[in-house]
Write a protein that binds this ligand. Structure first.
Ligand code: 5AD
Ligand code: SF4
Length: 456
């Protein structure tokens, strides 16, 4: 009997880890006849893959559920009713509350139980009602998701590590994603090979604390003990066809010598590093439980730049952490001037119930945080623009990913993760070609294809 075709709409919030998880959910549901749709309207199954990192992100799920309600009600009497599932970190953190606040939800699945989706959906269909599945079982999750991956495009994410043991006092991740856990090397290599065989040229290794990676060594190398990220990168760089490797997100304290050396040694490892510092005031860093000073961070960046002089540094910042004074904020601006970022993300502190930061006295008033954020962003944006302008006149290898906005144009990425718009034939999609950079704005570069050396 032919499989009944059903439509699946997944909306993804938050970090790249969720993007990866959404792709894998799509993969486990494909054998059941679910085909991706880019609209919820006629979907048989809607999954909201949620983010809990800041209050605003978490609240978005409730407004989306409000929008979905009439759609679901409209389909309730039809032959194909809509099933709504909430996945991701809000599901993990607020499972029971979601069910209470939003009866429109049929199913709540935490980040470690996606492999059980087919079974959970079948159960929901048998008996519409509450289904909560939010256990921590990363081992089972990745074993079950080890199957075939559908890939679109030439750049793919690959989760190698999940969870975090750092307990920064502002952060929900240790609670929503659980303890640090690394996938075995063999499993990662198999997935990377599969991606390369499907034409992927660039992989980004993902983990909440990716450089704390310590995975089981490949079979036959058990005596080595766990492999760190530097070792894993060296191994992955040998896979033919994978021309570009990246990783994100890292903690400064886990940048070990082997990983720094890999930046100097591996052509495939792109010269771009996202290394959040959050604040450049030692007092605030201590209150955040970051376990390093700004000087530790600055010296580390110096060592990384010594290994790979052209590396572009990116970061994350939080302003308005409890107790942050004008002087602390000034220290952050000064630190940003000293490091000089190629790109960065910055946020107003968001008080997250259950984290130690939420209980701290001296919460910073909203207006003060807003002013600080504006000042910090102005500085970071000017650094990003400067960094982009410095590329003018250079030749950069660009991985062309898809058609651009203008006819005849392609969109690609530089080694520094800059967006590139360039006139180029569509046959170059999926290829890496040299582009002479001619223009730069804060968000992208433009240029023209470089003449091949030796061409007439
Ligand atoms: N408030 C604001 N920003 C936060 N981040 C994490 N938790 C919070 C919070 N409670 C930011 C950090 C982190 C990034 C992913 O999100 O900068 O690096
Ligand atoms: Fe959160 Fe990153 Fe700190 Fe872990 S290291 S607690 S994920 S900010």
């Amino acid at each position: 009997m032919a499989l009944e075709r059903k439509k699946l709409f997944i909306k993804t919030y938050g970090c790249q880890m969720n993007v990866y998880d959404s792709e894998r959910m799509r993969d486990v549901l494909a054998p059941l006849g679910y085909e991706p749709s880019d609209m919820p309207d006629d979907a048989d199954l809607v999954i909201l893959n949620t983010c809990h990192i800041r209050e605003k992100a978490a609240e978005k799920v409730y407004s989306e559920l409000g929008r979905l309600r009439p759609l679901k009600e409209g389909k309730s009497e039809t032959a194909s009713p809509m099933t709504i599932a909430v996945a991701g970190c809000v599901a993990q953190a607020e499972g029971e509350e979601i069910m209470r606040r939003a009866p429109v939800v049929d199913l709540v699945v935490g980040p470690q139980t996606y492999h059980k989706l087919p079974e959970l959906i079948a159960q929901t269909h048998r008996a519409r009602g509450e289904r909560l599945e939010t256990e921590f079982e990363p081992v089972a999750k990745f074993d079950a998701l080890a199957g075939d991956r559908q890939v679109e495009g030439y750049s793919a994410f690959l989760t190698v590590q999940e969870g975090c043991d750092k307990f920064c006092t502002f952060c929900v991740v240790p609670y929503t994603r659980g303890a640090e856990w690394s996938r075995p090397v063999d499993q990662i290599v198999a997935e990377a090979r599969q991606l390369a065989a499907k034409g992927v040229r660039e992989i980004t290794l993902l983990g909440q604390n990716v450089n704390a990676y310590h995975g089981e060594p490949p079979s036959g190398r058990e005596a080595d003990g766990p492999w760190g990220l530097g070792r894993l990168l060296r191994h992955l760089a040998l896979i033919g066809g994978l021309d570009r490797i990246r990783y994100t997100t890292s903690h400064p304290n886990d940048m070990d010598d082997e990983l720094i050396a890999a930046h100097g040694d591996l052509d495939a490892l792109m010269p771009y590093l996202h290394l959040p510092v959050q604040s450049c005031s030692d007092k605030v860093l201590k209150a955040m439980n970051r376990r390093h000073t700004f000087e530790d961070y600055a010296l580390l960046i110096e060592r990384i730049r010594a290994a790979r002089p052209d590396i572009a540094i990116s970061g994350d910042f939080i302003v308005g952490f409890p107790g942050e004074t004008d002087a602390d904020f000034e220290a952050t601006l000064q630190g940003v001037r000293e490091i000089n970022y190629a790109s960065a993300f910055s946020f107003k502190y968001s008080r997250r119930p259950g984290t130690p930061g939420a209980a701290l006295p001296m919460q910073v008033p909203e207006e003060v945080s807003s002013q600080r954020l504006a000042a910090l962003q102005a500085l970071l944006e000017s650094q990003q623009t400067d960094f982009n302008r410095q590329q003018i006149g250079r030749r950069l290898p660009v991985l062309f990913e898809r058609a651009g906005r203008e006819p005849g144009q392609l969109h690609g990425r530089s080694p520094y993760l800059q967006a590139i718009h360039c006139d180029a034939p569509s046959g170059l999609i999926g290829q890496i070609a040299e582009v002479e950079i001619a223009g730069a704005t804060r968000n992208s570069l433009t240029g023209k294809l470089a003449e091949k050396a030796g061409a007439a």
